[in-house]
Design a protein around this ligand. Sequence first.
Ligand code: CO8
Length: 258
Amino acid sequence: MSSYSTILVEISEQVGLVRLNRPQAMNALNRTLSRELMDALQALDSDAQVGALVVTGNERVFAAGADIKEMADASAVDMLLRDTVSQLDRIRQVKKPVIAAVSGWCLGGGCELALSCDMIVASESARFGQPEINLGVIPGAGGTQRLARVLGKALTMEMVLNNRTLSAEEALRLGLVNRVVPVERYLEEALGLAQEIAARAPLAVRMGKEAVNHAFDSFLTEGLADERRAFYFLFSTQDQKEGMAAFIEKRKPEWKGV
Ligand code: CO8
């Protein structure tokens, strides 16, 4: 497990902890990180000593989304062939409960990763958003589907179409997160919750997770596939090239609608 370059993994008291570790890039989910994260989660899932998993970033950022620099010049076909989204989708195969411990920015693919976990423990500084519209694209790893299921249509539209972000308190009130605690305690709180669940009857926990997920599963697979196709398609537009170049060059994009 020590051979990962973009994450840190540890196991303690029946809980497997994965820390996203690209602080210089705000934990942006590049291809290596996405693959390593899912490899680690699957390895922990099949480790008999582990009963629950926690995914976290650092105090300042959970993850600022997919790596814009890695995909700025990609064509739609490049995106389809790389299919990084399928990498992240592997989280749906994890059988043990996965808790996201979120502090600071939780944006784009980072927000989608947190939403793919079974529960979210947030620090007071957590901020959730889907800023893809600023880049000339849309969420690609489930944001449109999972946010709509929890928040409903009105607010999800604002988030996806106009980069409306949610504070930790709003996210708690709206049912997106389980708990909000001071920054100093968010990881400890998530680990504590994971330890409590890990000490419970393993098979009942597994079936419980599966059963709750079934409540959300109908049409999810279809919705995810539609969203993914639209996300990849947008890489054939000039606006995506402009939007991502503008982010990297730290300027305002000029949209052309082509
Ligand atoms: N990708 C690549 N590099 C990034 C990213 C990113 N998503 N976010 C930040 N960085 C880099 C910056 O370019 C900067 O690098 P450098 O020092 O070389 O200039 C460094 O991280 C620090 O960032 P900032 O200087 O911008 O830090 P600030 O504290 O001023 O701002 C923010 C922090 C608000 C998080 C800001 O960095 C930001 O807005 N980031 C981009 C957020 C975003 O647009 N996310 C959506 C990306 S698209 C996406 O996620 C689509 C998901 C589809 C599927 C996922 C598959 C994996």
